[in-house]
Design a protein around this ligand. Structure first.
Ligand code: AHG
Ligand code: MN
Ligand code: MN
Length: 340
């Protein structure tokens, strides 16, 4: 394939620039790429094989677990265990973190936080879903078991973060802190091929993403910003368009490429919002900031938050810098104390 650069070639080429890189992060990214190809295959057969619908169980979040949640979780965990490049995994589908205790993995430098299947409510209705991952260097001693503290690092400590979107095509978008690149899976050769080099999010955009159904439960500043988005003002290209898929990966991916703001605010019933800091907000914040955007919880940068629990939630406002800054002004102007 003239001019085609596969994910593996890209990772290896990038690794050569870092002489001290021992190739472990490269192996880890390729293990994730492998697992996502297998999940892609199942997602694309959904409806033909028995992976639709509920398992009849609920996860630690108290949410119904779909068969594809379990399939994806098992697949990514198995691939990371087999690869030997990480010593532990914190997954949305597991209450506690998973210690990988074979000798090779015990000596691995990295831990992974994972949302194996994002947008579960959309699986049965054939709407795009995704996988989100976040990679840190362990703080605990290599050779021993990983510790909880390895997973409770601030988002700016991430070594790498990415997502796979199983949509009209399957794409992997990731960063290692030196920009953001997108790879589209070519099923005819089974390879992710570089299709979106050096992604930059537009400074502003025409789309805002929020579950409008929660409007009455939002804080005043957020309500005022949403009204601002719908006002008619040609000078500032308003009204914006409301685009909300209900899969974080799909909403963020669209806004990353076209510009826009995604909001999952706190509400009176969910005071910390719905999205999880470790395996949804931090990885997405790292990616969007690396692409030139911004991600806050309403007051502070997402990447500065200090996690205290594997599954803790946080409000998140993320996307084009000018739009997040404008929202921030509304929150400050209309909040009694600039709380979130
Ligand atoms: P998950 O399927 O991993 O639980 O994530 C679902 C999340 C996220 O993908 C999406 O942005 C959000 O739930 C949508 O929530 P609402 O349906 O409450 O709007
Ligand atoms: Mn999710
Ligand atoms: Mn999920």
């Amino acid at each position: 394939m003239i001019g085609i650069e596969t994910l593996d070639e890209f990772i290896i080429r990038r690794q050569e620039k870092f002489p001290d890189a021992k190739g472990e992060l490269s192996r880890l990214l390729r293990d994730i790429g492998l697992a996502s190809k297998i999940v892609h295959r199942e997602v694309n057969k959904a409806g033909l094989v028995d992976i639709l619908g509920d398992t009849g169980t609920t996860n630690v979040q108290g949410e119904k677990v779909k068969k594809l949640d379990v399939f994806a979780n098992n697949r990514f965990v198995a691939s990371l265990k087999m690869g030997g490049a990480c010593c532990g995994i914190a997954s949305e589908e597991n209450e506690n973190f998973i210690i990988i205790d074979d000798e090779l993995s015990q000596n691995a430098e990295y831990i992974v936080a994972l949302d194996p299947l994002d947008g579960s409510s959309n699986i049965d209705v054939n709407v795009s879903v995704g996988t989100i991952f976040s990679i840190y260097k362990r703080g605990s001693l290599q050779g021993g078991f990983c510790q909880l503290a390895d997973f409770l690092q601030r988002g700016y400590e991430q070594v790498s973060a990415g997502y796979i979107i199983y949509g009209s095509s399957t794409m992997m978008v990731y960063t290692t802190g030196k920009g953001v690149n997108g790879f589209t899976l070519d099923p005819s050769i089974g390879e992710f091929c570089l299709s979106h080099p050096d992604i930059k999010i537009p400074k502003s955009g025409q789309m805002y993403s929020v579950n409008q159904g929660n409007y009455s439960k939002f804080k005043k500043g957020v309500q005022k910003y949403i009204s601002y988005c719908g006002e008619d003002d040609k000078n500032t290209n308003r009204p914006y368009s409301l685009r909300y898929v209900g899969s974080l990966v799909a909403d963020i991916h669209r806004n990353l490429l076209k510009g826009g703001i995604f909001m999952y605010p706190s509400t009176s019933t969910m005071p910390y919002g719905k999205l999880r800091l470790l395996y949804e907000c931090n990885p997405m914040a790292f990616i969007v900031e690396q692409a030139g955007g911004k991600a806050i919880n309403g007051k502070d940068d997402i990447l500065q938050l200090h996690p205290t629990d594997l599954h803790q939630r946080t409000p998140m406002f993320i996307g084009s810098t000018d739009m997040v800054n404008m929202l921030s002004e509304f929150i400050d102007r209309f909040s009694v104390s600039p709380s979130i």
